[in-house]
Design a protein around this ligand. Structure first.
Ligand SMILES: [Zn+2]
Length: 86
C-alpha cells in the first residue's frame, strides 16, 4: 500500500528554478479574470461573478503559457506562446 499522503519536503527556495515567460520575461503581475455564471446555470438562480486569479507577464503583457495551462479556458489571444518560426 502506498501512502496517499503527499509529504512536502522542506523547500529550499534557493534551489528552485525561476520560471520565465515564453518571451523571456521573468517578472509577473497578478491580475484577475472574471467569469460570468448565467442565472440558468447558477445554483442560486442569480447571475454570479466568479473571479479567477491569473498572472500577467510584465514584458509582453500576456498570460504565460505555463500558467495558462492551469486554466484551460483562457482565450488563445491572451496567452503568451513561443512564437512559431516564420
Ligand atoms: Zn512574456
Amino acid at each position: 500500500m502506498q501512502n496517499e499522503q503527499f509529504q512536502t519536503p522542506q523547500l529550499d527556495m534557493n534551489q528552485l528554478p525561476w520560471v520565465s515567460c515564453s518571451c523571456g520575461g521573468m517578472i509577473f503581475d497578478s491580475g484577475v479574470m472574471v467569469k460570468r455564471l448565467s442565472p440558468l446555470m447558477s445554483p442560486t438562480a442569480k447571475e454570479e461573478i466568479l473571479p479567477a486569479e491569473v498572472i500577467i507577464c510584465r514584458s509582453c503583457g500576456k498570460i504565460p503559457d505555463f500558467y495558462a495551462t492551469k486554466i484551460k479556458s483562457i482565450p488563445e489571444e491572451l496567452i503568451s506562446k513561443t512564437p512559431n518560426n516564420g
